[in-house]
Design a protein around this ligand. Sequence first.
Ligand code: IVH
Length: 673
Amino acid sequence: MKKDDVRREMESLREKIRRHDYLYYALDAPEISDEEYDALFRRLVQLEESHPELITPDSPTQRVGFPPLDKFQPFKHEVPMLSLENAMAEGEITAFDQRVKKLLNVKGDVEYLAEPKIDGLAIEVIYENGGLSGAGTRGDGYEGEDVTPNVKTIRAIPWRLFRGKEGNGAPRLLAVRGEVYMEKKDFRRLNESRGERGESLFANPRNAAAGSLRQLDSSITAARPLKAFFYGVGSLEGRSFQHQWELLKQLGRWGLPVNPRSHLCEGIGEALEFYGRLREERDRLPYEIDGVVIKVNRVDWQRSLGEKSRSPRWAVAYKFTSQEAQTKIQEIMAQVGRTGVLTPVAVLTPVTVGGVTVQRATLHNQDEIDRKDVRVGDVVTVRRAGDVIPEVVEVLREHRGGSEKPFRMPDHCPSCSGSVVRLPEEAFHRCLNRNCPAQIKGAIWHFASRDGLDIDGLGKKIISNFVDRGLVRSVADLYSLEAEQLEGLEGFGKKSAENLIEAIERSRDVPLERFLYALGIQHVGSHTAQILARHFGSLEALKNATREELTAVPGIGDTMAEAIVRHFENEANRELIQELLAAGIRLKEPPRAEPAGDSFWEGKRVVFTGTLSSYTRQEAAELVTSRGAKVTESVTGNTDVVVAGEKAGSKLRKATEQGITVLNEEDFLGKIS
Ligand code: IVH
């Protein structure tokens, strides 16, 4: 290849990657799959490796980190980064509205912008003539720490602002402010792998984001999945805005991620309604929010309202109730899971956290207990977020009376009395007895769970009863159960026994990915199971895959590959699969399930593009997957349906060109009702 051609290809790849970063991070509307993105990236890396002299400092490959620092330099904020006044009750918000109206001397409704209050870490990023030139944390509002190299590793943050149409060029100077955060799922994954390596866990996504950004070695930051949303400006030269709403839209056009849920409100009543809706949605959002920020939309009014010493008079944070609460640990128990791992669980004096009563909280492992110095009798902070297991965050030492008792993991399994060991390379204690009833129960529960074989009515209590009575010794035994055996058992009549047997029968036909998930292979959650099923297409192919073949699959790392190979090498695991297949489990292999029944969505491959006004992308995807469809990122020859919302772009074009069925929002709503 001629050098000029290489240079051209490299530049084109870089442009593409920047564009796809923008579509993915700023618009949350990727046009290509992760695999396609990885392929572009790998090609660029390959070209740069063979032509290092052609690497440019602004290449997306350079986001992997910069030389480590000894200490952070101070970072001054030309315009101080104020904080917000907090409100906890509706009365405080209506009082805020009254005050605003009085100071502005307006009679009618004031227009507000209501924005989700992201629970992360505030930063300021400086763009000079469109190029990222610096970034700092908030610090005390006047001076923070210079974290420029770290911020440059965050893919959601562009190195260069996009040039829009006329008049939308980059300003001379833009000090843009926002929040760096970590998504809940990324936080869980990070903690999971830290736990496995015996490293300390982050208490919450906010701490994880802050800890990841404040690293002297930016290559550590680069390896952490940080994201950002921007919501305001400090210094701004060469451009002005009349409304907060207009500012947010322009930030988006420059390629900066802004939260799509921000909502323009005609009067405070609408802002309160928005607050109510967002509070309902809170647990389902991919990131944590701790309230709604309500801002006067008009910038001239913001100016005339001005500020108090630490906070503006034109904005207020209406907080949600906390996800944390204080309570006492009454007891610590070791709970045995399906893999034999013993997890210490604190039994608590019941306490309401974010509207839910919490009675138990995980303590993760012995190292975490030691690190936090948690003892029985301690008063602690517990935290829940969404439907994840609540956890003990920290001990409130000032409540110690002296009678608190340290906890040690038992030497013997609380379920089977078998010996418990801690392998040197692991952070966990394990019961090594494969026939341990607690492990069998855990494995059956996992197998029958919704993402697995989805056996309706097979709850924890019933499983426990079946195992204790010796009715089932492994998941395969479920398939030889008969209704007569269940009748008369605790909680079973004739009808309920028949119903359960029927549900077990129905589970015999199962998509490969759900079966893979159900097997309980270490590190293989439902997302990974889906990747594996799609890539290998059959159980046989996956069983025979080598470590190299596995790691070559995008999304499968070394640890997973190792676990998968070991799982299928294990004789007992192979036998179990044989037994299940002999018991009549039929695997439905991807890619395309045949349309069945009368559902429009069953078996269809669906691509979403543009914005729907009635559902978020994720909600819409859940609606169709629950009806049997499969959602994919890009339009290909296999796509059956494209759902096109507002501002649908190239995917819609492609679909029309290829004659694929296109549904607008109204059609879509009709088909899911
Ligand atoms: S506006 C003068 N908007 O909340 C306006 N802040 O207590 C100051 N935050 O440190 C901030 N989401 O980091 C604003 N949509 C949002 C926000 C937001 C999160 C954080 C911000 C600040 C804190 C204010």
